[in-house]
Design a binder for this molecule. Sequence first.
Ligand code: 2P0
Length: 330
Amino acid sequence: MKKSDLVTSILKNQSAKAAAPAEAEAYASANIALIKYWGKRDQELNLPNTSSLSISLSVFGTRTRVKHTKGSDKIFLNKKKLAASDGFVLRIRRFLDLFRSKNEYYEINTLNTVPTAAGLASSASGFAALVKALNDFYAWGLGPRELSILARLGSGSACRSIEEGFVLWNCGIRKDGMDSFAEKIDIRWPELAIGVIMLSTEKKKISSREGMQRTVETSVLYHSWQQKVEQDLARLKQALENKDIALLGQTAESNALSMHATALAAWPPVCYWQPKSLEMIQRVWALRHQGLGLYLTMDAGANIKLLFKSGIEKVVKNHFPTVECIYPFK
Ligand code: 2P0
């Protein structure tokens, strides 16, 4: 099935519920997966092989404004107009093609508080904010489920950025992906902290799309990874219900390291780590050995995200002076 067919079927019953405004603006937070999405059953529709579970990053995200313009699309990123040949522009324009009529052009203003392409999933908050803004711009009146599906067509993990807090993306089994969307988990955990340690803001050499595809096709560990995700999801849900930081931390850390191990076993190997990443990992392990309730996760990049409860923030900052702490529920 093509993206455009799915968009047509989602929008076919949406007559404008209100007068469409001249411009619309929306915000979406970035998200970090505690149980990772790594591998697709459908490349076109970004349908995953396994479910995943994330936490949103509140102030780290994307604000996007949409309005009409004449002649051609104009795309601004952090107030700078991007060249028509820019990779980001091409990706956004291809996505907008799903929604535009003939001779309809957009001016898109995107403000990121997430460093672009540094493994902090700016594409997730970017496509989620764009879809939310388009929903207002055209007065579609779509709910979170449909918005999640549309955002997924831009980037898989974007479907988890429509909602805030803990979010579960059910992989679904349908070919058209109408059962593959993200839903909010109704649990708040105000003491939970995420510490972002930026080690590199460089664009990664292997995109997530390419890295996960290569892993699915060539890693002998991929089958085991899928089984592990099932077990980890059950464990993580239990950790959330009991607000058990040790269980959350162990499950998320082990899931992330398994994802990286599975990717390393691909050929050519897919490695996102830098020497500094390993240094930080070992520092976390040493502190935990001393009894600190500190855990980590990593995405498709060199950066480290720490997981801990608010009570140890001072100690964490002493050991990781550059850490930026985020409380998703405060
Ligand atoms: C995640 N990542 O669950 C995993 C963990 C990276 C590591 O989702 O091809 O940019 O656009 O669907 O969403 C990054 O993948 O990939 C990602 P596409 P996406 O957060």
